[in-house]
Write a protein that binds this ligand. Sequence first.
Ligand code: NAD
Length: 369
Amino acid sequence: MTVYKLLLLPGDGIGPEVMAEVERVVAWVNARGEARIETETDLVGGCAYDAHGEAISDETMGRALAADAVMLGAVGGPKWDGVAYEQRPEAGLLRLRKDLELFANLRPAICYPALADASSLKRDRVDGLDIMIVRELTGGVYFGEPKEIKDLGGGQKRAVDTQVYQTYEIERIAAVAFELARLRRNQVHSSEKRNVMKTGVLWNEVVTRLHKERYSDVTLHHILADNCAMQLVRWPKQFDVIVTDNLFGDMLSDEASMLTGSLGMLPSASLGAADASGRRRALYEPVHGSAPDIAGKGVANPIATIASFAMALRYSFDQGETADLVERAIAFVLDEGYRTADIAQDGCRTIGTTEMGKAIISALDRMAK
Ligand code: NAD
């Protein structure tokens, strides 16, 4: 049996509460006996700052580098608002992304039928929606140089951000998108603004060439990023995988996430380059933050974090079938009418974090028989 190492970094606020429910699912997967996932737990964010004076220690970073996958809960909170910029809780997360060289951010937008009425769009537009947005995470305008504000005198300043992409950066993110599409509905939309941006021209050129050379079995569409934003609210079900740069991906993934209802439901994965054995460094985390307003109350929705663990099963632990089971168990408890407070609905039963975790385990037990 293959043994995988999973580093758990629950972090701050509701992080430890939702991660405890992931541990329940890990125990269930281990008891099933198809793979063995060994977990270690460590500190990141404000709690790491309290313990070591930095948002992630070198020892913890070493564990993250040695693990097959890392799961993060959430970092931050008002307690650390006055902490210096370099030590702030978010610095732990940024260091993880940087040192693990995670260039591909995967944000699924799945609309569970039971929650279709919580979407900002009409039910027929989102019922059964299943989109994967693949965002380039380490390049583009957020990192390009020069990046500065110059004082021009006379009350005038000049601000510059630089959008830069090189061929290899576009190639590797596009390859992730094509490979994901092959596991899904075999369709990729590549989104840029080649009509007004040179990086868009290169993006389009590189994706087109890669598609022709290695992925011609996948259907490729090119779509301008502004049109993509519009189509996402007009008819989102036309999309399977969308691949785009850092800036457009930031916008489009947030837009897509609102199609599905609550922040408490949204998982994510960030992947690095594959090594010779095909193994990729990976960080899995819910999209939401530490929710200080509800921390410690036992009401946080653990589904985003459990769904992030399902992504780890699929992309890091080669357990696609078990990942399917976990995702189906989530849909099943929602169909049964269980809700946490953030997704509460008339006629449904509102339960806490632990009860939701237990309901998912109970569904898994019934479904796996
Ligand atoms: P947030 O995501 O923590 O909370 C926004 C709102 O959504 C709150 O009302 C919260 O109660 C609710 N919410 C979030 N997750 C929920 C869940 N699982 N179940 C039920 N309700 C949930 O965003 P914020 O309030 O802007 O930020 C709070 C702190 O989290 C800040 O310190 C911020 O810097 C940090 N943050 C961290 C991350 C991360 O760790 N990746 C991401 C975003 C924000």
